[in-house]
Design a protein around this ligand. Structure first.
Ligand code: SF4
Ligand code: SF4
Length: 394
């Protein structure tokens, strides 16, 4: 546990978090690791949720399963302990489901116990679930979504059905949040047309939900992969109703739909090598111990609490392990971080940048609860929709 976390833990140890106001809760949850948070409040969590079981439906789009790996590697608590503490049921998760098949012993399997297509359709029909999406959603070719088939239907169709009946939607990992590596500039990017759930890159009107005409708020938990604490703590806050959807979202999320509790810090500001940056002492080869800026570190453009929270149970993080930050949590990733490991590049939105971003631009980007945001925006066809984020594309 780092010093910041330790202090917060001591201060909040005796607090009844169920009576905390929303802002205090989010600040507390944001600073505590998932392990400390769930361990401290386990009794209250279980009693608060004793009468309700929350279902989680987790879909895998185009991705490497890295976010699920990250969640499983979280370890403390492991995902089973966390779900138990939350009284939540992982009702559908393709990586973790028991073996299923269309045919069993040569005969068609027509029950939800044996056939995952039937299972997911039954769960969607029942409703009352939190939808977690990991991975991007291809719209190509030509809007058909047929570049990604799951059984007899496109992933686009499955996502539309699941999103339409969900009580809340979380997009975990940069692929689901913004398209990620799938949406990187390439000769075939236009043809494949990969979308994030609510955003594509920094465009809050370019996600798959907008393409489908579904008006639902989404919480983005980016990262390549996402941190287990970011996923578990956000899920906890949603399950507990500590983030009320949609009412709290404009104040809780930044302009790119990320919880400000975890994505408000710059990696650079609290970087363990920051003193070397101030003293202009830079490494020019991988393997040193000084600032990695000249080796392409994009920590100045990465909004995430990695430097404070750390990874692997709070032991280390990319820069500490000697790797320049590639700003994997930003909407423009990976284009915005190119070239990797070379000085230059670095922006949030995928556009060109010389690495400079004024403090004013930073605070404008982070602001999610003021400024000129309106509650209602318009689609291109003139219809109206609620706006849950400040626009990121204007
Ligand atoms: S290593 Fe990267 S994040 Fe750390 S001080 Fe240098 S430029 Fe900033
Ligand atoms: S330090 Fe940078 S590259 Fe590493 S996880 Fe954090 S934002 Fe991503």
């Amino acid at each position: 546990m780092n010093k910041n976390t330790s202090n917060v833990h001591e201060k909040t140890e005796k607090s009844d978090f169920l009576t905390m106001d929303r802002r205090t809760f989010l600040k507390t949850a944001g600073l505590l690791g998932a392990s400390v948070f769930l361990g401290t409040y386990k009794t209250e969590l279980v009693s608060a949720l004793a009468l309700s079981e929350t279902k989680i439906l987790w879909l895998h789009g185009a991705e490497c399963t890295g976010c699920t790996e990250s969640l499983l590697n979280g370890g403390d608590p492991d995902v089973l302990v966390a779900l138990q503490a939350l009284n939540a049921k992982l009702a559908y998760h393709e990586t973790l489901l028991a073996g299923q098949g269309i045919f069993v012993d040569g005969k068609p399997a027509n029950t939800s116990e044996l056939n995952s297509e039937i299972l997911v359709d039954e769960l969607i029909a029942e409703g009352n679930y939190i939808l977690v999406v990991e991975g991007a959603i291809p719209n190509g070719p030509e809007g058909s979504g047929r570049f990604f088939m799951v059984g007899n239907r496109t992933f686009k169709e499955l996502f539309a059905k699941a999103a339409g009946n969900a009580t809340a939607i979380l997009a975990v990992g940069t692929c689901a949040a913004y398209g990620g590596i799938n949406s990187a500039s390439s000769a075939i990017a236009e043809l494949t047309d990969y979308r994030g759930v609510a955003f594509t890159k920094n465009n809050s009107y370019g996600g798959m939900l907008q393409e489908l005409g579904i008006n639902k708020p989404v919480i983005n938990i980016p990262g390549c992969p996402s941190h287990p604490d970011w996923m578990l703590l956000t899920l906890s806050a949603v399950v507990l109703g500590k983030i009320r959807i949609p009412g709290d979202l404009p104040s809780v999320l930044d302009s790119y739909g990320r919880p400000k509790a975890y994505f408000d810090e710059d990696v650079h500001d609290e970087c363990p090598r920051h003193d070397y940056y101030e003293d202009e002492e830079f490494d020019t080869e991988i393997g040193g111990h000084k600032c990695l800026f000249k080796l392409g570190c994009k920590g100045k453009h990465a909004n995430a609490d990695c430097s404070i929270r750390k990874w692997n149970g709070g032991t280390s993080m990319c820069i500490q392990a000697g790797s320049p930050c590639i700003a994997c949590v930003e909407p423009g990733f990976p284009d915005s971080a190119r070239p990797f490991y070379m000085q230059g590049g670095g922006s949030s939105d995928g556009g060109e940048s010389d690495g400079g971003e004024s403090d004013g631009e930073k605070s404008d980007r982070r602001r999610g609860d003021d400024g000129d945001s309106s509650d209602v925006d318009s689609y291109d066809d003139g219809s109206r929709r609620d706006s849950y984020y400040r626009r990121g594309d204007d």
